[in-house]
Design a protein around this ligand. Structure first.
Ligand code: GLN
Length: 453
């Protein structure tokens, strides 16, 4: 009774932009053939996954949920998707998302809102699956796909996972190649898995991660066998509780679930300690300068010449084509980010905004370094609220931005961070808890997640 009867059928969720059943079936056939030959099967053999439509997929339309890329069919495959196919996975389809991964509710897609399968007790209002990886969270939560890829720039894996009662991990920046992933804010963008369990996330992350010479920020490090080393025995581990995350406006149910999480980790043998992340309150404003700045630069490439849409009014010249294509092709939120980004990078305002934001970013990273001298992993809520009805935040982009207040600091610092389902609130909606680890310590994050799940 916790699922929304009004959106019980898969199509009504609008989680997919296109479906690619043949791709998934071909993967299944390959598994059959490999098994017949007695060959070793890959870690993802035969698993039909959803692919966030931010990953370039050869021969399959890749839109970033924007009109400006509609009809764009790449000739190449992103490194992460290729690694998943090499591990035996197949693709069910390309999943809807917030346009260019900008948003927290999946309401900025050119292809329409995505709905969560969950419902609020006593109401049939269509609920947000979170964003920007809302097609991924909705499809996995509705059991349409056992797992899906997501990307996280400032919370886009963790917040939708929390809103829909699933798991999602953003690895250390650089673990997963960004090659072939439509760029939003390149110094923050990271791919990761979204799935029903911590175990599934460990397996899928193992298939996605690894050094890629085609991405200049790719980590030159071996990929550990995270699944093999999973353990919920946390004896000897210290879990830090950041006191600055106790913010005004956080739902009581979220605070209660945080307490519950502490108790579970204590039961698993961990010691709970207080830590301080003093620059937390500056992280979100800094993110909303750094991310739009990088976006404004990355999105300059959509000029009507190279990809997808071209709007060439009669008798017009090159500048008119740029203007007409971009005016018609980008949604409002994308335009808002481009305007903010070009403003904060402009000669007159660069020092006042962009330089300051970069300084804050360094301070946020240093906060974590200090905190990790006192603890091994940090436990916090993933979001300050549970999911909300679609449309209820339309007039208030700032409140929407606030939804990522707990997610953004780990993004600025490039740290591995995961959301795992914890409890539900009085409305029966899922709440997630977030674990943040030291750089490269996905294992510590996964293990603490396992103790909570
Ligand atoms: N919601 C945040 C934003 O709109 C984060 C998005 C993301 O992580 N891709 O920028």
């Amino acid at each position: 009774e916790r699922f929304n009867t009004a959106v019980a059928d898969a199509a009504a969720l609008n989680a997919f932009i296109v479906t690619t059943p043949d791709h998934a079936l071909a993967a299944a056939d390959k598994v059959d053939a490999a098994r017949a030959e007695g060959e070793q099967l890959g870690a993802m053999a035969g698993v039909p996954i959803g692919m966030k439509d931010l990953f370039a997929t050869r021969g399959v339309q890749t839109t970033a949920a924007s009109h400006i890329l509609e009809g764009f069919t790449p000739q190449y495959e992103s490194t992460v998707s290729q690694k998943l196919w090499d591990a035996g996975a197949g693709m069910l389809g390309k999943l809807n998302l917030d346009q260019f991964a900008m948003g927290s509710s999946n309401e900025t897609s050119y292809f329409g809102n995505v709905t969560s399968p969950w419902k609020k007790a006593g109401s049939n209002a269509a609920m947000s699956p979170g964003g920007s990886s809302g097609g991924s969270s909705s499809a996995v939560a509705a059991r349409i796909a056992p797992a899906a890829t997501g990307t996280d720039t400032g919370g886009s894996i963790r917040q939708p996972a929390a809103f829909t009662g699933i798991c999602g991990i953003k690895p250390t920046y650089g673990r997963c190649s960004r090659w072939g992933v439509v760029a939003f804010a390149s110094s923050l963008d990271q791919a990761g898995p979204m799935a029903r369990s911590v175990e599934d996330c460990a397996i899928m992350l193992g298939a996605m991660a690894g050094f890629d010479p085609k991405d200049a920020t790719s980590l030159q490090m071996d990929v550990p066998d995270w699944e093999a080393a999973l353990s919920s025995d946390l004896r000897g581990k210290k879990v830090g509780i950041p006191r600055e995350y106790r913010m005004d406006g956080t739902d009581q149910a979220i605070l209660d679930s945080w307490e519950q999480g502490k108790a579970w980790l204590r039961d698993a043998g961990a010691e709970i300690v207080d830590v301080s992340l003093p620059h937390t309150k500056y992280a979100l404003p800094a993110y909303y300068i750094v991310a739009p700045a990088e976006a404004s630069s990355n999105l300059a490439r959509y000029d009507g010449v190279r990809y997808g849409l071209r709007d060439l009014p009669d008798g017009s010249g090159l500048q008119d084509m740029y203007a007409a294509t971009r005016a018609a092709g980008f949604g409002d939120e994308v335009k808002r980010r481009i305007l903010i980004g070009t403003y904060v990078l402009s000669a007159g305002f660069y020092d006042a905004y962009y330089t300051q934001a970069q300084k804050i970013r360094a301070l946020v990273a240093r906060d974590f370094e200090r905190a990790f001298e006192e603890c091994d992993v940090i436990l916090a809520p993933t979001t300050p609220t549970a999911s909300f009805p679609l449309g209820s935040m339309n007039e208030d982009p700032l409140t929407m931005y606030l939804n990522d207040v707990f997610a953004v600091p780990a993004s600025l610092a490039g740290l591995p961070a995961m959301s795992v389902p914890a409890t539900t609130n009085a409305d029966g909606l899922p709440l997630g808890l977030q674990l943040v680890g030291r750089p490269f310590d996905e294992q510590g994050v996964l293990n603490a997640g396992l103790a909570i799940q």
